[in-house]
Design a protein around this ligand. Structure first.
Ligand code: CA
Length: 238
């Protein structure tokens, strides 16, 4: 059972860990922490945390492996990764394994708090329930977070499902990156967040659902306006 106010911080650097604990306690959260990867994973798998902040470089088990293990058990556990490096590959690897967001070190604590609040605002929302059959035999299952094709299942992350669901809600108009950031990630315009997170998610969804991700048929770009999701048949389950 999740405690909506309880955050787990897995970070081996004492100065950062202590600073984070203090700041989240100050903002009214309860905080537990781990200094070591294996210990952090063990705590994370209890499923008690509203949100988990995961450092990447940790003793005994790194943040990516922890994220992967958590996702195997709980697809909807909110996770924010603290990445030391800003290389795209690292960010993409983190998001591929299902983190909801990443913050690159060195980061502003105020910004991390805003991102945590944004993720938490979204996290207790219910997920819609529908199955979409695409031409060419692919099926998007928004209940079970997967795309299947010829008997092969590719998992979707919670964020990817949320993006698809949001686009499906507005089939008649393009949805801008800013609108997705605001409504899916919960960011406000004054937070001046870069929109690359949206682009990475769109690219990853296309890779999973499109026959040719470079020339998409379903998740299309409307130049200068945003994205649209076109579906041939939608079958909504209740
Ligand atoms: Ca570290």
């Amino acid at each position: 059972m999740k405690n909506e106010k309880l955050i787990l911080i897995v970070e081996d650097e004492e100065a950062i860990r202590t600073g984070l604990v203090d700041v989240f306690v100050y903002h009214g959260y309860q905080v537990e922490f781990a200094e070591d990867g294996a210990e952090g994973l063990k705590m994370a798998l209890t499923g008690r945390y509203a949100l988990i902040i995961l450092d990447v470089m940790l003793p005994s088990l790194n943040g990516y492996d922890i994220c992967k293990e958590i996702r195997e058990q709980d697809k909807s556990q909110p996770i924010i990764m603290l990445t030391a490096k800003t290389a795209d590959e690292d960010i993409i690897q983190g998001l591929t394994l299902g983190a909801d967001d990443y913050v690159a070190k060195p980061f502003s604590v105020a910004q991390l708090v805003l991102r945590v609040q944004a993720v938490l605002r979204r996290s207790f929302d219910t997920v819609g329930s529908s199955v979409i059959q695409l031409v060419g035999g692919k099926t998007i299952d928004l209940i079970n977070y997967s795309v299947s094709h010829d008997g092969i299942e590719t998992p979707l992350t919670r964020r990817e499902v949320e993006v698809i669901e949001y686009l499906l809600k507005y089939p008649m108009r393009p949805v801008s990156r800013e609108e997705l950031l605001s409504n899916i990630w919960g960011y406000q315009p004054e937070m001046a967040i870069e929109t690359r997170t949206v682009d990475i998610h769109i690219a990853k969804i296309r890779k999973k659902i499109e026959q040719n991700p470079k020339n998409p048929n379903y998740l299309v770009t409307v130049r200068g306006a945003g994205y649209k999701m076109l579906t041939p048949h939608s079958d909504t389950r209740t």
